[in-house]
Design a protein around this ligand. Structure first.
Ligand SMILES: C[S@@+](CC[C@H](N)C(=O)[O-])C[C@H]1O[C@@H](n2cnc3c(N)ncnc32)[C@H](O)[C@@H]1O
Length: 205
């Protein structure tokens, strides 16, 4: 199997990639992660999708390609210049709403248990505001992060933060999680009822 063969990316991706390269934006998601996101979005008909860190819209395009007509996405980015690329190519798609804001500020005001799929691709949602982010997920909702394997652009001391995040996620009783040492390093987690809550319910039966 070659996971880069036959990917059939959404046609708009090539145009976004060209603009991304032209502006020297180096933090874009890779093709494998994009394909995974498309598959996960397709598994959630009518989903409410949240992307934290739009960048130039590479993952946004993959997510939209997996979403059905009833699904909706909010994508949050604090840099209007990079988000303008995503908006130029994707804003005609009425299923996506671009929000130019600090993701941390957005997260603290968002409605709990209202989201089916979160791609957390910036600091907030991973290294800060983790609790606020996971609180947004419905039961059965998916939390996806990448860049968990060492990357050339990691700042000094980042590896420690990554290890701490992985540990924190693995210890939660309200997530079922899979680590994929693949592509840039991915974690896919499903929100479940916390085992302590399930145990309390069982105890009352
Ligand atoms: C890894 S890149 C996102 C890549 C994009 N999701 C993709 O698939 O190509 C992270 C993005 O988060 C943005 N960002 C950084 N701090 C942020 C914040 N506090 N709020 C919102 N976005 C932020 C950066 O400007 C950058 O575009």
């Amino acid at each position: 199997m070659n996971d880069l063969l036959g990917l059939a990316p959404p046609p708009v991706l090539e145009r976004i990639q060209a603009d991304t390269e032209a502006m020297g934006f180096l933090m874009g998601s890779d093709l494998q992660v994009g394909a995974l996101l498309r598959t996960l979005a397709a598994a959630k008909p009518g989903a409410s999708v949240l992307e934290l860190g739009t960048g130039t819209g590479l993952a946004t395009a993959w997510l939209l390609a997996g979403m059905d007509a009833a699904a909706r996405m909010v994508s949050v980015e604090n840099d209007a210049t990079v988000a303008a690329v995503a908006q130029r190519h994707l804003a005609d798609d009425r299923r996506v709403r671009f929000v130019i804001a600090d993701a941390g500020a957005f997260l603290v005001t968002a409605a709990p248990q209202s989201v089916d799929l979160i791609f957390a691709d910036t600091w907030a949602g991973k290294y800060t505001h983790l609790e606020e982010t996971l609180r947004l997920l419905r039961l059965g909702g998916l939390y996806v992060i990448d860049d968990m394997l060492p990357q050339p652009n990691w700042p000094e001391g980042h590896a420690v933060k990554v290890a701490k995040l992985i540990d924190e996620l693995a210890q939660r009783t309200d997530l079922v999680l899979t680590k994929l040492s693949w592509a840039s390093g991915v974690i896919v987690a499903t929100k479940i009822r916390s085992s302590s809550v399930s145990e309390e319910i069982e105890a009352t039966l």
